[in-house]
Design a protein around this ligand. Sequence first.
Ligand SMILES: NC(=O)c1ccc[n+]([C@@H]2O[C@H](COP(=O)([O-])OP(=O)(O)OC[C@H]3O[C@@H](n4cnc5c(N)ncnc54)[C@H](OP(=O)(O)O)[C@@H]3O)[C@@H](O)[C@H]2O)c1
Length: 200
Amino acid sequence: MGGALGALFIKAGHPVMFSSRHPENLKDLAARLGPLAQVGTVEQAVAFGDVVVMVVPYTAIEEIGKAHGRAIATKPLVLDICNPIARRDGDALVKWVNEQGGAGLASAKLLPGAHIVRAFNGISYRRVGDIAHRPGGLVGVPIAGDDPKAIALAEGIIRGIGFEPVPVGGLAMGKHLLPGTPLAEEHTPADIRQIAGGLR
Ligand SMILES: NC(=O)c1ccc[n+]([C@@H]2O[C@H](COP(=O)([O-])OP(=O)(O)OC[C@H]3O[C@@H](n4cnc5c(N)ncnc54)[C@H](OP(=O)(O)O)[C@@H]3O)[C@@H](O)[C@H]2O)c1
């Protein structure tokens, strides 16, 4: 998913540094995406830009928060694409996330002080590139966050890559931005507003 979103950011003209625990494995991806794409360590990627896009297994957020949380908290926006998934992350992690009030509030605990906006959580990496800039009406992206400045920044970036951001509420609403839930997959902005209106 990080590769698919990164490709869209690059198409929109943003320089992107891709990272993981094994950045050397990302060199081919970056080479394919052209001169705006770079590869670096997690520390370098966090330092690189104003926006950190977290696209890792949910279990990795804790480790990243412990190692880089301070630097991440200085960024005006952290886009949280991560979902807690039992078959990948384990039942205990999913239980803990639910105890925190869901994926949005749990991410905030793992990344103290970060300006988090959840987005793209329910759209597949297989589809996100194809449905960007959809002719005849942009696909809506429900977003949830507590910080108005971070939300405004996220909205601009999401529009720039060809989607219509639809704020659905604070991070507490992040629990509704998961695969397999009513807001997941591809909806018009109007449909997202209608569905979100019925969620608490
Ligand atoms: N796939 C989708 O369609 C989709 C859609 C929406 C949301 N999501 C969410 O996005 C997240 C990523 O999903 P994915 O399908 O893209 O998974 P993925 O293909 O397994 O990619 C995960 C990436 O995270 C890196 N990573 C793992 N642990 C790390 C750590 N501790 N520090 C830094 N990097 C780390 C991995 O590289 P290394 O192992 O080399 O570190 C890998 O590049 C998940 O939370 C998922 O639920 C996925």
